[in-house]
Structures are given as structure tokens and as C-alpha cells.
Design a binder for this molecule. Structure first.
Ligand code: M6R
Length: 609
């Protein structure tokens, strides 16, 4: 999604800004731009639709140089992807501004600015902000005060950075609802929407808080809170090396990330061995919270929501603790009745998903005894704002389609089940069984990866199809949902998941010889029931693709293709089967020629609601 990089330095910063944008590219965007104040105090602008490399080409052709600048990657919300709608937006050749988020009252502000004589050259919500800032500056305010006044007029979510040719060594910025971090340099300072963009120039960061407004120059920085009072914010040293991210011989990040799962799963579970007690993997104070908790409320979006749905089966069945799961975009706006002594669990790969973050904030104030986040990104907003934290060890995930982040989240959630279960219904024997299953998980995932060529061969059958149905029962139902999401997201084939028992209540009407039906078959008590559901599909001419335990008694026959999955412990089946479905989507997308790592219209980190 949109990315911001800004610099106030004594050296030329165009390359720093471009490198920052390159580091944010994986998040997804459709246009990019950069504005610099040159040494004659003129605003120099490059912006265009397309990739950062196009911006680099423009910069090579017509170099713009300066020591103060702002840059942006835009993921279109208001106004189509185009050069005109790309950021930075400028006002009167004086002010340039970049923005992440959505200004909800932009229409009213636009009317007002039009009436004051401002002209608009884009269809964005952002352009009102740069004109408002310009208007305040024209009234004689300093850049900082002008921004403070401007943001008071805004409704919605924003991270903003702006420069003004009349304050040529300053960058001002503000955040509310979208992340922004200061990178502290020596004789230079930076801003970005993600610290990753600045790891090339510093390892010292200040994460801004809601409502903060900041002014940076090469030699100073001043932060003000929402009410305009100067404040100090904590400095964080991030010393671990930035992960080297390359394709490592794979054709796509998604494929690489699928293959990294045995290592990532082992590393995530290994935290249990490096802490004296499993509770400690969730942060200081976890034991006290876990002793008190009587119910769990999970909130997340997309794939992370599916992880929550799987966890509900584990938490209720194994740990005997009531658990509810809801998508964050619904949870945050709903009047709720919460069980006494509930723990709020948010799940988010990025730790920055706007709805999940808003749900956490909205639940503050005594509704829950504490909040716990399961995230892959240390120092992300959700991590900083939650009471307890479980960090998955997936390593950086670049592919927009979440793979290793999902399976490592499941490991974290199974560890949570163990931590809570030992206090409740879970026998010592059952705990040992789950621990053994978690230890063996990387091997079973490896065995599944070895089915790659079989799955690749099968995937050809999906290429001419426009729709697909995914079925599962019990804990495999959320895995069917995740399989359907993966397929639709990267191959653009419309896919829906149903609990197999729901088939007769509607979706069976869709089944004909043009509708592939993918079944995630368990080998537990529900197997016989699933077999009957599949029979219903077959007798209506549907083509079946069954991912089944090699000992479950499924055999391939005309119009039924069976994928013999490793016979593994029941509790880890959702994780193991997911890997096969990831490979299926990957191969279908590959053959359809879609952009596997950056599917159209999607972003890696969804920082707007
Ligand atoms: O970073 P998060 O886990 O909070 O992201 C939530 C969803 O946006 C994400 O899982 C999305 O559904 C993925 N693209 C799915 O592959």
C-alpha cells in the first residue's frame, strides 16, 4: 500500500529517497513520485504511473537534486492510477505533500478550496491537504503551525509529509491512523511510513504516536502531540541486520516463501525451547493474564482471520476455552457483548492492518483483561500497542499472497492453545502429543513440498475454469477458505469455500462439469460424512480434486483426482494441507500468467480501511 520516505540532510538525498521507495515496493503500489527542493529553492518534481524503476529512469534522464525531499509510492484509493493522481501533490509551486490514508471529508474541503480560488489537478482526496497547507502558509504561519492547523481540519486517517520552498531545510509531518517513523541520523533526519525504508541510513528510530506532528531539519527534530504540546518520544535501536531479500533461485517470492516454511515453522516453535516456560513466548506478564482468562476473542483480516478460525477449533476442543472469531472491519463497528475476563487476540502478519489496529484501539478501556497480538513484524503498530506479543519467525514475506506468515501464525496459536490448555482441560498426555506434533511439523511440510510436481500437473485442469468450489469440514473448513482465497487472489479465478455440510443448502446448484470442486479431507470422525458430500458432487457431474490422507481410503477414478497427503498427526493437518493448497494456487496462477507476487489491485500491507 502507499509508502512515504522523506529526508532533511546536508547531502543530496534523491538516491536515498529512491532506495527507500524500492524497499517499500513489495507492499504494492501503482505509481510513484518524488519532490526535492533544489539549491535555488525551487520545487523539482517527478511523478508517474508505474514502478519505481520508471521514476529512476525519469531521474536519470532529468536529474533533480536537493538536500530536502519527499517521495511516495501510491496505491490508488480516490482517483485511478495515473501520473496526475500520483503523489507528491503540489500547491502554487511552493508546497509539496505526500499522504497515506484516506481523508473522509475531502469533498467538503474541495468545495471550500475551489471557492477560495484553488485549482485541482487530480482526483485524489490528498490534494485538498496540500492546498489547505498552502492557504495556511499564505496566511503567514510557519510550516509547522500551518501543518498543525491543516490536520485539525482533516477527518479520516493520514500519515503526511510536506516540504515548502520557503522553509527549504525542513520537512514537516503528521500521523493519525497511519504509521510514521522518524529515522534519526547524524547531521540528517528522515521520515518514513516503515522503518525498513530507512535501514540503509540509520538504525535509530522514533515511532510517532497518534496525533503527533513533527518538524525535522538536518540538525533538529521537534515532536508535538495532538494538542500542540512539545513531547519526547522513545528512541528505539533496531540493531538486527536487515534481512537480505532476494529470490534465492526461485522464480517468485511466493514460491520461495512456500518452500521456506519448514525452516520458518521450526524457528517459530523453537521459541518454546529458548524460553524457560511456554507462557514467556507471549511476553512478560503473560502467565498472569493466562491464569485469569476465561474466554478469547480473535480479530483479524484476510488470511490472518482464517488463522483465527483454525485456532478457534484448537482453543475450544483442546484447551476448553470459549473462543469467538471476527473480521476486524466488522468487529470495530459493532456493539458487542463481551464475555467476562476475555483476552483480545489480534493476528496480523504486517502488524499495520488498519482495521485490525482500529479494532484493538476500539477495544481499549476495560472490555478485555488484556490484548495479545500474533505478528510477524517486531515494532509494528499492533506490536507496540498490545499488552502481550507473540512474534512469528517467518522472516520477511514479500509475496502479497500470505503463505509462511499464515502457517507460522498457526504454530503461534497452537502454542497459545498449549499455554491455556495446561491450565484447563488439557491432559499432560495430550500436551505431549501436541508438542510432538509441532516438532514433527517441518518434516511433514517438507514431504508435502515434495508433491510439487504432482500438484503442478493437476493445476492445468483449472486454467480454463472461471469458478471453483472448496469444501472442508470441521477444522479443515477454514483451510478450504484459505485455499479459495489464495486461488482467487493470485489466479483471479472466482473461488468460494463452504463447509461441506452446507452443500445441499444452496451451492450444489452450481455444480456441473465446469465447476472444479476441491475437497480438503480430514481422516477423523467427519471423513465418512465428507465422503457422502463428495458423492453428491460426483453424481452431478462435478470434477473432484481431493486432498486426502494417504490412509483415508480415497482412490482416484474418472473425474475424481486424489492427492495422497502425508499421514500426519491430526492436530497439525490444517497446516500441512495448507501447503498443498498454496502450491495449487501458485501453479494455476503461473500458468494463467498473472503477476503472482503482486496480484492486481492488492497490497501487502492494508493501511487504509
Ligand atoms: O498483515 P495482515 O496479516 O494483517 O494482513 C491481513 C490481510 O490483508 C492479508 O492476510 C491478505 O488477506 C493476504 N493478501 C492474503 O494472502
Amino acid at each position: 500500500m502507499c509508502g512515504i520516505v522523506a529526508a532533511a540532510a546536508r547531502r543530496e538525498v534523491s538516491e536515498i529517497l529512491l532506495e527507500g521507495l524500492r524497499r517499500l515496493e513489495y507492499r504494492g503500489y501503482d505509481s510513484a513520485g518524488m519532490a526535492l527542493i533544489d539549491n535555488e529553492h525551487n520545487l523539482q518534481l517527478h511523478k508517474q504511473q508505474g514502478k519505481v524503476c520508471e521514476l529512476e529512469k525519469a531521474q536519470k534522464l532529468h536529474p533533480h537534486l536537493g538536500c530536502t525531499g519527499i517521495a511516495h509510492t501510491r496505491w490508488a484509493t480516490h482517483g485511478e492510477p495515473s501520473g496526475a493522481n500520483a503523489h507528491p501533490h503540489i500547491s502554487g509551486q511552493r508546497v509539496a505533500l505526500v499522504h497515506n490514508g484516506i481523508i473522509e471529508n475531502h469533498a467538503a474541503l474541495r468545495e471550500e478550496l475551489l471557492a477560495s480560488g484553488y485549482e485541482f489537478s487530480s482526483a485524489t482526496d490528498t490534494e485538498v491537504v496540500v492546498h489547505l497547507l498552502h492557504q495556511a502558509l499564505d496566511g503567514g504561519k510557519t510550516l509547522l503551525v500551518a501543518l498543525q492547523e491543516t490536520v485539525r481540519r482533516l477527518e479520516g486517517a493520514y500519515a503526511i509529509a510536506a516540504v515548502d520552498v520557503e522553509h527549504p531545510d525542513q520537512v514537516v509531518a503528521a500521523r493519525k491512523g497511519s504509521p510514521l517513523v522518524i529515522g534519526v541520523g547524524i547531521g540528517e533526519n528522515f521520515l518514513a511510513s516503515d522503518q525498513l525504508a530507512l535501514r540503509q541510513v540509520t538504525d535509530r528510530f522514533i515511532f510517532l504516536e497518534e496525533g503527533d506532528v513533527v518538524e525535522i531539519t538536518p540538525s533538529s527534530m521537534q515532536i508535538y502531540d495532538e494538542s500542540g504540546v512539545p513531547v519526547e518520544r522513545k528512541r528505539t535501536l533496531i540493531s538486527e541486520a536487515v534481512e537480505v531479500v532476494d529470490l534465492g533461485g526461485f522464480d517468485h517470492y511466493m514460491l520461495k516463501e512456500i518452500h521456506e516454511q519448514p525452516r520458518a515453522l521450526a524457528a517459530t516453535y523453537a521459541q518454546a525451547a529458548t524460553h524457560p516456560h511456554i507462557d514467556d513466548c507471549f511476553g512478560a506478564g503473560a502467565a498472569r493474564v493466562f491464569d485469569r482468562v476465561k474466554a478469547i476473542q480473535i480479530v483479524a483480516c484476510g488470511t490472518s482471520f482464517h488463522a483465527g478460525m483454525v485456532a478457534r477449533y484448537w482453543l475450544e476442543e483442546l484447551a476448553g476455552i470459549p473462543c469467538q472469531v471476527e473480521v476486524a472491519s466488522e468487529f470495530r463497528y459493532r456493539k458487542r457483548v463481551t464475555h467476562a475476563d476475555s483476552l483480545l487476540v489480534t493476528i496480523s502478519q504486517s502488524g499495520e492492518t488498519a482495521d485490525t489496529l482500529a479494532a484493538l484501539r476500539n477495544a481499549a478501556g476495560g472490555e478485555f483483561i488484556a490484548s495479545l497480538v500474533v505478528s510477524n513484524v517486531a515494532n509494528s503498530s499492533l506490536v507496540r500497542e498490545s499488552d502481550l506479543v507473540f512474534l512469528t519467525k517467518a522472516g520477511m514475506e514479500i509475496g502479497v499472497a500470505s503463505t509462511k506468515a499464515f502457517t507460522t501464525q498457526l504454530v503461534g496459536l497452537l502454542m497459545l492453545t498449549l499455554a491455556l490448555g495446561r491450565r484447563r482441560a488439557m491432559s499432560e498426555e495430550k500436551q505431549q502429543e501436541v508438542v510432538a506434533a509441532l516438532q514433527s511439523l517441518p518434516d511433514y511440510v517438507q514431504q508435502t513440498l515434495e508433491l510439487n510436481s504432482v500438484i503442478e500437473e493437476l493445476s492445468g485442469a483449472f486454467i480454463p475454469k472461471h469458478h471453483a468450489l472448496f469444501l472442508g469440514r470441521g477444522i479443515e473448513y477454514p483451510i478450504a477458505m484459505e485455499g479459495a482465497l489464495k486461488l482467487k487472489e493470485i489466479s483471479y479465478i472466482h473461488a468460494e469455500a463452504y463447509p461441506a455440510g452446507e452443500l445441499k443448502h444452496g451451492p450444489l446448484a452450481l455444480v456441473d462439469d465446469d465447476m472444479p470442486v476441491v475437497a480438503v479431507a480430514p481422516s477423523d470422525d467427519l471423513l465418512e460424512k465428507l465422503k457422502s458430500n463428495l458423492e453428491e458432487v460426483r453424481s452431478r457431474g462435478g470434477e473432484l480434486f481431493v486432498f486426502a490422507d494417504q490412509q483415508a481410503g480415497f482412490v482416484s477414478e474418472p473425474r475424481v483426482k486424489v492427492f495422497p497427503m502425508p499421514h500426519c498427526p491430526e492436530v497439525i493437518k490444517p497446516i500441512v494441507y495448507t501447503v498443498a493448497l498454496q502450491l495449487l494456487s501458485y501453479h494455476v496462477a503461473l500458468q494463467k500468467g498473472t503477476d503472482v507476487d503482486k496480484p492486481r489491485n492488492l497490497a501487502k500491507s492494508v493501511t487504509v480501511e
